[in-house]
Write a protein that binds this ligand. Structure first.
Ligand code: URA
Length: 249
């Protein structure tokens, strides 16, 4: 990979700016000045980069936790609307994508990465990765609603949810609040499940607070993000990569 691309993939700066900086002698690779932007760099055996006195280490994969704000699309790019990737300022690598989707009006934990295999393991239906949501719904939730969630609720003509946990936090005639834990992720699933209750409830507010082993960092305000910690990345990587591995567990 060319040096200028390698450095821009690390999110150090834009490629055009880096070309100039390299020619000015601002970049050292393993302590040696590198003044040629087209110099070959092997990402499998990456050098330590020193740029303006700061050391950078190449990572093949990036992982961010975002508190997705309402009103922003969970997509990589969109011609008309802002996407979650537009909110990522520091890392301009072009291969980042949101791992799974949240509805435009939904907030909360979104994983953003360029790790395709990990994304596949998290999203494929047979992984049954648990997802925890906080909801505010219209009307009074009851324990019999929780029982219907537990049994597996039929919520679309031909869709029945896997058993889900509904923990009621507060229940009043106009509005109730609850946490819902599901182990699948079908289109508009939470909203549809509440609409499918005998006394149907409309979801007024929806926020994801956990995805598998990841828990939304409460310090992140809507629109903010941070890199995942090593322990969080390791916990995600524990998700089995194949059905045979799953069976061995
Ligand atoms: N369920 C929904 O209805 N919407 C989401 O964004 C996620 C789960």
């Amino acid at each position: 990979m060319r040096l200028d691309r390698f450095l821009s993939e690390m999110g150090i700066s834009s490629r055009s700016e880096l070309k100039k900086e390299i020619r000015r002698g601002q970049v050292l690779l393993n302590g040696e000045e590198a003044r040629d932007p087209s110099l070959f760099v092997d990402p499998e055996n990456p050098p330590v980069v020193l740029y303006r006195g700061r050391e950078f280490h190449y990572e093949a994969f990036s992982y961010y936790m975002m508190n997705k704000p309402a009103g922003i699309l969970s997509a990589s790019r969109d011609k008309k609307q802002s996407t979650v990737l537009d909110l990522i300022q520091e890392d301009r690598r072009r291969d980042l994508f949101p791992v799974g989707r949240l509805d435009k009006d939904c907030e909360g934990l979104l994983l953003i990465s360029n790790d395709g295999p990990l994304s596949h393991r998290l999203l494929r239906p047979k992984s049954h990765v648990p997802k925890l949501y906080f909801v505010r719904v219209s009307g009074r939730l009851t324990e019999s609603d929780a029982e219907l969630f537990r049994r597996g609720l039929r919520y679309d003509e031909d869709l029945t949810a896997l058993p889900a946990e509904l923990t009621i936090l507060s229940a009043e005639d106009i509005i109730s609040e609850a946490c819902v834990r599901i182990t699948e992720g079908k289109f508009h699933q939470i909203k549809k499940m509440f609409l499918a209750l005998p006394k149907k409830k409309e979801v007024l507010f929806l926020k994801r607070i956990a995805l598998g082993p990841l828990r939304l960092d409460e310090a992140l305000k809507p629109g903010e993000y941070r890199k995942l910690k090593e322990a969080e990345i390791s916990a995600l990587k524990e998700i089995p990569s194949s059905a045979s591995e799953e069976m061995r567990r």
